[in-house]
Design a protein around this ligand. Structure first.
Ligand code: ATP
Ligand code: FE
Length: 355
């Protein structure tokens, strides 16, 4: 099966062509047009600007993805599009574009949950069989999920306030580093000492897999102000120490909560010891390393996607569309854009910080 995927739920416009056969999966093309420069003057993603940029860029991305894949619409078996969750204007642009393509070509249309796209990525890259434990850790979400099927996810716990990606972005802002904050903070952290500044490890004293990251961000703010008061400014070396200490705190919390999630998951699926991580924060080398160590303790397989498949992309959407299609799903021209769309339908409404 060969699918075109479209993604426009946040600040990346993306289109990709993925082929999946019994022999394996192949990403024939994956085009991502970011909007970092457009939002830079505002210090965060501006929904109206994002929606307009998506509407302008989607067609071009699709053309480019098809051209790079060396395929026309007639070579496809379906069109998958992110139908939520995300910023409503962007999601609507994507859904409308996909509907137009499907109507014009007669191809099946499949709406995909953006989070399912992230959560199914280890199947795209490694053919990981169900079930597996997934830590989805991104700009807007942070949750442990047991992935049992393309549309079957059980949530074990998650953040009760900010997502770690959001915390990285806010810390970058506090320290006058560029956005997106994750890569910038990681680069600074490499020059600092992770033990230099003592920061909290929120919620580790409480049982379960729930996490909290907003206090950590406040602690960084306080530590920064102390340094400024003491030195009359923020010396480079201190900024690097702050980044390293913050990153270590996030990594510690994710590692300890992963231990608990693995313990809980393995009681239900002892024959499938695997933890996969996905989402933008999964691009972080220190976090990957600490999760790999945890998996080692449990004799569990650790899977982390290549960096370009951690952050938003359309290959994961095309692939999730293929999985839904194989499971018999089809969407019609009434496919709706859903700004909120929890993966686990049985979980309480509060999921991550939501965006
Ligand atoms: P969601 O998927 O929850 O809707 P999103 O699509 O905005 O949110 P992603 O594109 O998956 O999120 O991830 C973007 C986030 O990942 C940003 O907050 C960014 O700072 C963070 N990030 C990217 N690279 C790194 C890194 N190396 N270290 C830490 N965080 C990172
Ligand atoms: Fe995402």
């Amino acid at each position: 099966l060969t699918f075109l995927g479209l993604e426009s739920s946040c600040d990346d416009t993306a289109a990709a062509v993925v082929r999946s056969t019994p022999d394996g999966n192949e990403i024939l093309s994956s085009v991502v047009a970011g909007q970092t420069e457009l939002h830079a003057p505002f210090g965060g993603v501006v929904p109206e600007i994002a929606a307009r940029a998506h509407a302008e860029k989607l067609d071009l991305c699709v053309e480019e993805a098809l051209e790079q894949a060396g395929i026309g619409l007639d070579g496809l078996d379906g069109i998958a599009v992110t139908a939520g969750p995300g910023l409503i204007g962007g999601v609507m642009s994507g859904v409308m574009c996909a509907k137009g393509l499907a109507a014009g070509s007669g191809l099946p249309l499949i709406g995909v949950n953006h989070l399912a796209g992230h959560a199914l990525t280890p199947r795209l890259t490694d053919n990981l069989p169900f079930p597996y434990l997934m830590l989805l850790v991104s700009g807007g979400h942070c949750q442990f999920l047991i992935a049992k099927g393309p549309e079957e996810f059980t949530r074990l716990g998650g953040t009760i306030d900010d997502a770690p990606g959001e915390a990285f972005d806010k810390v970058a802002k506090l320290l006058a580093l560029p956005q997106p904050g994750g890569p910038a903070v990681e680069a600074e952290a490499a020059k600092g000492d992770p033990k230099a500044i003592s920061l909290p490890r929120p919620l580790l004293d409480r049982p379960g897999c729930d996490m909290s990251f907003s206090g950590l961000k406040t602690a960084v703010l306080r530590a920064r102000d102390q340094i400024i008061a003491q030195y009359g400014g923020l010396p480079r070396a201190k900024r690097a120490d702050l980044c390293a200490s913050f990153q270590a705190a996030v990594a510690d919390v994710l590692a300890e909560k992963s231990r608990r999630a693995l313990r809980e998951y393995l009681t239900s699926a002892p024959q499938h010891p695997a933890l996969a991580v996905a989402g933008g924060v999964a691009a972080n080398t220190a976090i990957r390393a600490s999760l790999e160590t945890v998996c080692g303790e449990f004799g569990a397989q650790f899977l982390a996607p290549p960096l370009r498949l951690c952050t938003d992309n359309a290959a994961m959407i095309a692939y999730a569309g293929i999985e839904r299609f194989r499971a018999g799903a089809r969407d019609g021209m009434d496919l709706a854009a859903r700004p909120r769309w929890p993966l686990d339908k049985t979980a309480p409404a509060l999921l991550g910080s939501g965006k």
